[in-house]
Design a protein around this ligand. Structure first.
Ligand code: NAD
Length: 257
């Protein structure tokens, strides 16, 4: 059994807190075996830079390549299971009267872990939509063509995700902004804090005088601004946080795991 130390004062920052906003990034799914964009890609895809594949220009240039990269990632996601970090967030949702889970992830693992209301800023890799009409297509077309065509208009289908340079879904973004500006604690988990506009959310919360907690084993541009920077993997820190909030007697000391 190893002790996990919680930064002093972090649990007390939740005293009398009703409104918690959480922002997650690729790091929370790393322990489920889904690589972050900043980790080297493996196998076939190691020579590609994800930031060059996840763009509308890349899809225009080589739709087959981009479709196949997403098919590979979809396969990874379909074999993955939520980890202790996702599960702890699903449990935390039940403890706060106002809880917002904002994610930049496209893997759907929060929902799989039981989180009921998830604001997906970057879409979901498990869905497809028409590249011309922006309409989500429910039934996957039964065809050999890659990428498949929209059954309505014949244009190419694409993953229902937000690519670099594209706008975010308006409603999810507005709800995320609202949550950040009204929360009392803002928890940033597993995100590099580099990709806008999500990277601005903790600063919105800061202006509204929320306490900022970051969980990330590596420092990010947010780290020096955060009230608490907890440099642990999400799958370690979040269950420890949940346990400490459930049991106030452990709240000031180290926890066992
Ligand atoms: P990122 O890849 O830029 O950064 C990931 C961050 O997670 C890093 O700061 C890293 O230090 C941290 N991290 C790594 N392991 C961790 C762990 N075990 N616990 C906590 N933190 C850990 O990811 P990003 O900031 O989310 O943004 C990049 C974009 O990549 C997003 O737009 C997102 O849509 C996309 N993306 C999503 C997935 C996914 O859905 N799982 C995977 C890869 C990329």
């Amino acid at each position: 059994m190893s002790a996990i130390s919680i930064p002093p004062g972090l649990i007390q920052a939740f005293d009398h807190v009703d409104r918690l906003a959480v922002l997650t990034g690729a790091g929370i799914s790393a322990e489920s075996g889904i690589p972050t964009f900043r980790e080297a890609q493996t196998g076939l895809w190691s020579r590609y830079n994800p930031e060059d594949l996840a763009t509308p220009q890349a899809f225009q240039r080589d739709p087959r390549l981009v479709w196949e990269w997403y098919a590979w990632r979809r396969e990874l996601v379909s074999r993955a299971a939520p980890n202790a970090g996702h599960l702890a967030l699903a449990a935390l949702e039940l403890r706060f009267p106002e809880f917002s889970l904002i994610t930049q992830n496209v893997d759907g693992l929060h929902q799989q872990a039981g989180s009921r209301r998830v604001l997906e800023l970057h879409g979901n890799i498990r869905r497809i939509r028409c590249s011309a009409e922006n309409i989500t297509v429910e039934a996957w077309p039964d065809t050999q063509e890659i990428p498949p065509r929209c059954p309505q208009c014949g244009e190419r289908l694409r993953p229902d995700v937000v690519w670099f340079g594209e706008s975010l879904p308006r409603q999810a973004l507005e709800s995320a902004w609202q949550a950040a500006s009204s929360c009392q604690v803002f928890l940033s988990v597993g995100t590099s804090s580099l990709v806008e506009p999500a990277a601005s959310l903790p600063y919105i919360a800061m202006r509204a005088e929320a306490k900022i907690i970051e969980i990330n084993p590596q420092p990010t541009p947010l780290t020096p601004q955060a009230d608490f920077a907890w440099q642990q993997p999400a799958g370690v820190a979040l269950p420890a946080l949940l346990a400490a909030l459930q049991n106030p007697f452990t709240s000031t000391g180290a926890l066992s795991a």
